[in-house]
Design a protein around this ligand. Structure first.
Ligand SMILES: NC(=O)c1ccc[n+]([C@@H]2O[C@H](COP(=O)([O-])OP(=O)(O)OC[C@H]3O[C@@H](n4cnc5c(N)ncnc54)[C@H](OP(=O)(O)O)[C@@H]3O)[C@@H](O)[C@H]2O)c1
Length: 269
């Protein structure tokens, strides 16, 4: 898809990966609506993008889990642009830690923001995306959706659900002018990771957000099915997880005490 002039909604566009997607798309003269719960942070992000890129950027504040916010976002985007070409389901949250130590409220919050909200929002935007004639849905999942990591059980469930949702929807919409792409970022240097103390030795080497988003934009331009970061090393690990999962279990067994201590305060809900 050529992104020039495209009308794009990015949930969670005030920070991190979502903000950088907005910045790079603004450079391609896309027209943007960004969302986020913190109205001030959102207004600041919108102002920065307008000043630095000159692009048309709007902010709509609210909790994307809230059905009223979802409906408002669809109606306002339609009113602003007269239609929508791309929905980026980027807003997300994580709470790491042992399953028994994770509260029901935390588990439900993760599943709401990482899985249910993107499904409902996609459903709500589908008439507009169809009307575009060349629509696209981009779902920001996680590398943890491809390979389960201990102490991220709820997050793995929600993000794996989002990934499979996207695959099923892509096939459902094949030949109907709406494409669906799924993104599997590894650990990325954003606000979400500030409470994660795991390092490269535990598989959490932080990648620069501009590089991660460069791959996402390239994927959008190529109508890719998915964007997987980490190159050959990552592909080899995913193959091993498929062919010899016990070997991956053994690697995590050796890491478990350090990993549990390093991620027990990882909270970005
Ligand atoms: N960073 C990583 O290592 C990594 C790796 C794999 C996947 N991901 C995924 O990438 C996506 C973006 O994360 P990030 O790392 O860029 O984190 P981030 O810098 O914390 O940004 C998250 C964005 O989502 C918004 N948001 C969160 N919950 C929301 C809600 N309920 N309603 C509306 N907006 C909400 C935040 O704004 P407010 O807080 O103001 O609402 C913010 O704009 C997430 O889906 C995350 O799971 C991240």
């Amino acid at each position: 898809m050529d992104m020039q002039g495209k009308r794009v909604v990015i949930t969670g566009g005030s920070s991190g990966i979502g903000f950088e997607i907005a910045r790079q798309l603004a450079g391609k003269r896309a027209r943007l609506v960004l969302t986020g719960r913190r109205a001030e942070a959102l207004a600041e992000a919108v102002a920065t993008l307008r000043e630095t890129t000159g692009a048309e950027v709007h902010g709509i504040a609210g909790d994307i889990v809230d059905p009223a916010t979802q409906q408002h976002l669809v109606a306002q985007s339609q009113a602003l642009f007269g239609g929508i070409d791309v929905l980026v389901n980027n807003a997300g949250g994580v709470r790491a830690g042992r399953l028994e130590k994770t509260t029901e409220a935390e588990l439900r919050a993760m599943i709401e923001v990482d899985l249910i909200a993107p499904i409902l929002l996609t459903r709500a935007f589908l008439p507009a995306l169809r009307a575009s004639g060349a629509g696209m849905v981009v779902n920001i999942a996680s590398g943890i959706a491809q390979m389960g990591v201990p102490f991220y059980t709820g997050y793995a469930a929600a993000k794996a659900g989002l990934a499979r949702f996207g695959e099923a929807l892509r096939r459902e919409l094949k030949g109907e002018s709406v494409h669906v792409m799924t993104v599997y970022p590894g650990a990325t240097d954003t606000r979400m990771m500030t409470t994660n103390k795991a390092d490269a030795s535990m598989g959490f080497a932080l990648q620069p957000v501009a590089d991660v988003v460069g791959s996402i934009i390239a994927g959008m331009e190529e109508d890719a099915f998915e964007v997987v970061r980490g190159g050959e090393v990552r592909q080899a690990m995913l193959a091993q997880n498929r062919d010899d999962p016990a070997a991956i279990d053994a690697r995590f067994l050796a890491l478990k005490p350090q990993l549990e201590a390093a991620v027990r305060d990882h909270n970005a809900l």
